[in-house]
Design a protein around this ligand. Structure first.
Ligand code: BMA
Length: 342
């Protein structure tokens, strides 16, 4: 099975924008970034995996060496045009309140009321948690909220809706699903960004034709006249076919999708594009630490109605694609045959 890319989407000629070797600190994989326009420039927080080499991982895969281990921190980069980036001298960590926190990764950025909010996943020995922190200078971070495990891929809407902050999230109910990795996208709300409630199922795996595994929110939603435009990732498990991967044993293709949510009630899907927004096609998406992975984490709406979509490719590099919101909205609303949830 091969998945096509929506004709409205263009991969940037300068891809990959960020890759190992560009940062002044140890770095092997630079990917899954969150991006925002903040204080007159673009800011990117990316996941930085280090402490091993490609060769060491391949030797491990081929049974010729031991597992080298993976360390993770977050890198920061700034840009005037969203294309050419300057990486900050030091990596950063949002806030690590106690020893349970092993690492924070897959950041998403949303500017709310003039302050930059960062959502991230945290690995702990007792489960994976979703965190929210806030910063104004990318040096000092204040922890705002932590979810119970297992939850990740949290993204915040950029403004209050009906008097409440809103977020998309992806809990992983393994026991409830009989051990199957069929994880859905949920939506919840908060009076203060700290306490979250009124959780509702937003998009279930069986509603997405190009998903036979799990789903997750991708970049934070952007506001258009037609609704909240938002991306998500969907997993297609190839089961009997191995995909290229440095450490090996990899059969999950990560595909990007797009949907449109109601402006006043984002728990309501107005339209979902039935075909992928894009799937791995370029060499930097097909081959890498985990091949056939595209993982959007940032979407910036420009004045001309274009969006810049930032995505991790093959869990190895950070890339950019562009599209016009009119085309994406049209694709979401075309041929609606969305399976209704009970
Ligand atoms: C998910 C997360 C992402 C990663 C993806 C593909 O479960 O760990 O960080 O990009 O798998 O490996």
């Amino acid at each position: 099975m091969r998945f096509a890319t929506l004709p409205a989407l263009t991969r940037h000629v300068k891809n990959p924008l960020i890759q190992a070797g560009m940062s002044p600190y140890p770095s092997t994989l630079t990917f899954n970034a969150g991006v925002a326009k903040y204080q007159g420039r673009y800011v990117m927080a990316f996941r930085n995996d280090y402490g091993f080499t490609q060769e060491e991982m391949i030797r491990f895969r081929d049974g010729k060496g031991s597992y080298p281990g993976v360390k993770t921190n977050l890198g920061l980069a700034f840009s005037q045009n969203g294309i050419d980036w300057e990486i900050s001298p030091k990596p950063f960590t949002p806030v690590f309140p106690n020893k349970e926190w092993k690492r924070a990764y897959d950041p998403r950025l949303t500017v709310i009321e003039g302050r930059c909010h960062i959502c991230f996943a945290v690995d702990t020995p007792h489960g994976i948690r979703g965190g929210i922190a806030v910063t104004e200078d990318f040096e000092k971070f204040k922890l705002v909220s932590m979810s119970v495990p297992d939850n990740r891929n949290m993204v915040l809407f950029p403004e209050k809706i009906g008097g409440r902050y809103m977020r998309l999230e992806r809990p992983f109910p393994v026991y409830g699903n009989g051990g199957e990795e069929k994880f859905d996208i949920w939506i919840s709300e908060s009076p203060d960004l700290e306490f979250w409630g009124n959780h509702n199922l937003l998009l279930a795996t069986e509603q997405v034709p190009f998903c036979n595994g799990k789903l997750g929110p991708a970049a934070p939603p952007v506001k258009t006249k037609a609704g909240w435009l938002t991306t998500f990732h969907a997993v297609w498990k190839h089961n009997n076919r191995q995909l290229p991967s440095w450490p090996g044993r990899w059969d999950k293709e990560y595909i990007a999708g797009v949907m449109l949510l109601d402006l006043e009630n984002p728990a309501k899907i107005l339209g979902l594009c039935e075909q992928p927004l894009f799937a791995a096609e370029a060499y930097y998406e097909l081959e890498g630490y985990r091949g056939s992975v595209v993982f959007p984490g940032g979407m910036i709406l420009e004045d001309d109605g274009q969006v810049k979509i930032y995505y991790g490719a093959a869990d190895t590099v950070e890339c950019l694609a562009t599209a016009h919101t009119d085309d994406l909205i049209e694709a979401c609303l075309r041929r609606q045959n969305l399976k209704l949830m009970p």
